[in-house]
Design a protein around this ligand. Sequence first.
Ligand code: PGA
Length: 258
Amino acid sequence: MRRPIIAANWKMNMNPGDTTEFLKSFLSLIPGKCPVDVVVAPPFVSLPAAADILKGNINVRLAAQNMSDHDAGAFTGEISAMMLKELYVSHVILGHSERRTLFGERDAFINSKLAKAFESNLKPIFCIGETLAEREGGKVEKVLERQIRKGFKGIEAKQVGETIVAYEPVWAIGTGVTATTEQAQEAHAYCRSVIADLYDMETAAKVRIQYGGSVKPTNMAELISMKDIDGALVGGASLDYRSFYEIVKEGIEQVSSS
Ligand code: PGA
């Protein structure tokens, strides 16, 4: 079994004060060594507050929600990988559908960010997923294949194996509509088959694929029980520490029952 990875994507929520409060309460709920990887992704300005609390913690890692594909220079408003690393950041969310649709990020741009993340030793959480129109138009596989092929262009198998892919159907994000476990499992298995095709079976078997889109404490158990679902990327339900902990707990239970 791949080690589950459950990540909180706080989007543009949680200022530094909220972040400190959340993490203090959340950490107190996790006793000992957690058998699943837990990651939190606060907005940039809250990263120092999170780093202060998480430094030295063995259970919770820190992610950024985005990153520049450049090292330094005249890129107003951008944040580099090295800046993130100074703040104890180990993971970075790349290609989130909100970045793709609201901020015009394209596959090639996301590919260059992925390359930069690997070069900088940051672990990418690489988001992919189809829109409702694409699903209704029967284009799910075509879209996922394109996003994976273009996203991983030029990336070596070893790095791909360490990537966390987040399958997030755009129609399920923030809508309260979750993909059925069957729809999610089917998409995850398909993504894995594309990776096997592009690289090899061994690499595909290593990649952890998270599901994202209205994950809640009530649907996590079923999702995480599926063969190709290795965790979750959680938006809305991660803003409350108790609810995020309930989701993490389902991951822990899945590990102990398997
Ligand atoms: P949601 O967001 O859980 O609020 O649907 C998930 C995401 O966008 O990563």
